[in-house]
Design a protein around this ligand. Structure first.
Ligand SMILES: *Cc1c(COP(=O)(O)O)cnc(C)c1O
Length: 398
């Protein structure tokens, strides 16, 4: 036992020496624009609760009612002990919101990816992902056993050349199966950069090459398009995407993951997605809160919240002049580069009672450490002014 701990301590030391040590910071308040950490109130620009729904009275009320009616736990996998009605209501609400035939929910967005990708593709197939795709997609792709190809971030030429080479492999019979599939996976709004994928062009390419497309809308659902369905709605390509995935835990204010698409897709995943089949259903309160989150996003109140978020985005002035991410997004990266320097800047900001995480490897590439500022609809104009000023006073060597 001693040698086990010694080994791990050495590994931790190596992580610390690279400026990459991560530690949990205890928060004694709900998520919101202000957090209580260590007895102090900090202005919070770290959360993905983009519309301020995580602590919204309507979501809390829905969760409480679900606990009273359906209890605290879910008992087993939905295929084993019966599938509770809050999960069905959530999936019906979600499919109607997204304008798809059907939806399936999972315990988390990560679980949705880990269950779905290996169900759809495997050995002999090819997965093509954007270089900056989220870790859960990378893990799911590895788990699937399919060949993984990576295209340069948002680079359509690179994507097309990989698609062509996958076509050639298939046509020459080098693929292990003549029926081999190609799945392209991209995020619509990228989690650490806030920029947008060229979805219409990617859809055109996947059609041209007979590939399937999965779009992760984790940072777009609730924020874009006339009905706030996501960036696929804003780009008008919703009905041309085979698999839409996302999380209920960001703008929607709850927790859980989802897949939206055709009825055959959902029926197939119920049979083949291992993270769905072999996992206890999410608690009924989580489903009920997410349902209310979606309803709120669809309402005029949701429209107002979204407008407030974009007003905050317009008001915020980045310390680096031109934004590194010109796209309209709640995520604004301030690239610092060096890992230790980024951590030091985040610590300086905490001294000024502002909480912004330093994002480092392996979440982003080595030498691309950054402050990841996230704005929400719950921030006031005054909060945004304070943020702008605090960032201007810092010595970031920018
Ligand atoms: C957060 C996130 C996920 C995972 O969703 P969870 O519900 O947090 O597990 C998936 N993809 C992207 C791009 C994300 O940012």
């Amino acid at each position: 036992m001693d040698s086990f701990d010694t080994e791990l301590q050495q590994r931790l030391l190596a992580i610390r020496e690279q400026g990459l040590l991560r530690e949990l910071r205890r928060v004694d308040s709900p998520q919101g624009p202000r957090l209580i950490i260590g007895g102090r109130e900090l202005l919070n620009f770290s959360s993905n609760d983009y519309l301020g729904l995580a602590n919204h009275p309507a979501l809390k009320e829905a969760a409480i009612r679900a606990v009273e009616k359906f209890g605290a736990g879910a008992g087993a996998s939905r295929l084993i002990c019966g599938s509770l009605s809050p999960h069905h209501e959530l999936e019906e609400t979600l499919a109607a919101f997204k304008g798809t035939q059907a939806a399936l929910t999972f315990a988390t967005g990560s679980a949705a990816a880990l269950g779905t990708i290996p169900a759809l593709v495997g050995k002999g197939d090819t997965i093509i992902t954007d270089k900056l795709i989220h870790a859960c997609i990378v893990d799911a792709a590895r788990l699937s056993g399919a060949q993984i190809r990576i295209f340069a971030h948002n680079d359509l030429n690179d994507l097309e050349s990989i698609l062509k080479s996958a076509d050639n492999t298939r046509n020459s019979g080098l693929g292990t199966r003549s029926s081999s599939k190609t799945l392209i996976v991209t995020e619509s709004v990228f989690s650490m950069d806030g920029d947008h994928a060229p979805l219409a062009d990617i859809v055109a390419l996947k059609d041209k090459h007979g590939a399937w497309l999965m779009v992760d809308e984790a940072h777009a659902t609730g924020l874009y398009g006339p009905n706030r369905r996501g960036l696929v709605e804003e780009h008008g390509v919703s009905h041309r995407i085979e698999i839409q995935m996302g999380t209920l835990g960001k703008a929607l204010g709850g927790s859980g993951g989802y897949i939206c698409g055709s009825r055959p897709l959902v029926d197939f995943l119920v049979n083949r997605a291992r993270s769905f089949i072999f996992s206890t259903a999410p608690v009924p309160a989580a489903a009920a809160a997410a349902t209310t989150g979606i309803q709120l996003v669809q309402s005029s109140a949701g429209e107002k919240l979204c407008e407030t978020l974009w007003t905050n985005f317009a008001d915020f002035q980045s310390p680096i002049g031109d934004r590194q991410s010109p796209s309209r997004s709640a995520i604004i990266p301030i690239i610092i580069g060096d890992e230790t320097a980024a951590t030091a800047v985040a610590a300086q900001l905490r001294e000024q009672n502002i909480f912004i995480p330093a994002i480092r490897y392996p979440t982003v590439a080595r030498g691309a450490a950054r402050l990841r500022v996230t704005l929400t609809a719950a921030h006031s104009t005054d909060d945004i002014t304070k943020l702008t000023h605090a960032l201007k006073t810092l010595d970031m060597g920018l």
